[in-house]
Write a protein that binds this ligand. Structure first.
Ligand SMILES: Nc1ncnc2c1ncn2[C@@H]1O[C@H](COP(=O)(O)OP(=O)(O)O)[C@@H](O)[C@H]1O
Ligand SMILES: [Mg+2]
Length: 251
């Protein structure tokens, strides 16, 4: 087990949005979290990367189990050296070119020397197919390219797990393919990923595990093929049915 959380809880203004989540991720997993809007998917991912502090629960990483609340800033910083997060909205620095965005976490947080950072940054950009766009600024790149830069930024620090929160939701439909294809190749390379997405076909064909959430709880989790062919819960079946039915053509 690479990462495990137990009984993770989180409330906002007295409303409990995570009601005791248990979830484990193994090395090499490409796990997809599915669920309706408001289920708590983003909050879960943000808590797992300490962008948000959970109210309670335990986390096991690197063989060490810690109550989230007892973790010091230093422990959290150490944990986050091994994780990366890809946001729906890319979160790139608009005044830095692609390479500088990718190397930021190396030079600033990890104090990697400039030459090594540049080499790792170029390798990461190459991996997302953007080596020849290293000098471009975000406004000179398409949304799909900007998200690929954000993925390169995640890769550059050689994380043990990457969290993705709806990485294609902000993109025009014709640009989602290039991002999904980069993610597909990462999954094929064995990168451990926990992905929130509404791209059902991507989930079905790329992930090895599905986690279905609703109303702050995990309703069902299991091997992808099993969940798609034999969902055990009514709610999962209904969600998959609605989301895989052919949509009416938009004109
Ligand atoms: N920062 C916040 N402050 C207050 N309420 C929040 C905040 N973030 C999320 N929520 C609430 O928590 C619930 C779960 O939200 P979220 O995790 O974004 O769900 P999902 O990503 O599945 O759509 C929603 O009811 C949402 O309004
Ligand atoms: Mg969300």
């Amino acid at each position: 087990m690479l990462l495990e959380i137990r009984n993770l809880t989180k409330s906002f203004h007295g409303q409990q949005v995570l009601k005791g989540i248990d979830l484990s991720v193994s090395a090499g997993d490409a796990a997809v979290i599915l669920g309706p809007s408001g289920a708590g998917k983003t909050t879960l991912l943000r808590c797992m990367n300490f962008l948000e502090t959970a109210d309670g629960g335990e986390i096991t990483f690197d063989g060490k189990t810690r109550p989230i609340h007892e973790m010091s800033k230093r422990e959290i910083r150490e944990y986050r050296m091994h994780t990366a997060f890809v946001f729906q909205s890319f979160n790139l620095f608009l005044n830095k070119n692609a390479l500088a965005n990718v190397t930021e976490g190396l030079t600033v947080v990890r104090k990697t020397d400039a030459k090594t950072a540049k080499r790792l940054g170029m390798e990461a950009l190459d991996r997302v197919g953007l080596a020849d766009h290293a000098d471009k600024y975000p406004h000179q790149l398409s949304g799909g390219q900007q998200q690929r830069v954000a993925i390169a930024r995640a890769l550059a620090t050689n994380p043990e797990i990457i969290f993705f929160d709806e990485p294609t939701s902000a993109l025009d439909p014709e640009l989602t393919g290039e991002v999904l294809s980069v993610m597909r190749s990462l999954a094929n390379d064995g990168m451990t990923m926990l992905i929130v997405t509404h791209e059902i076909e991507f989930a079905r064909t790329v992930s090895n595990r599905i986690v279905f959430m609703e109303d702050g709880e995990i309703v069902e989790t299991g091997e992808t093929k099993r969940v798609f062919t034999h969902p055990q819960k009514e709610r999962t079946a209904a969600f998959l049915k609605i989301n895989t039915e052919p949509k009416e053509e938009e004109t």
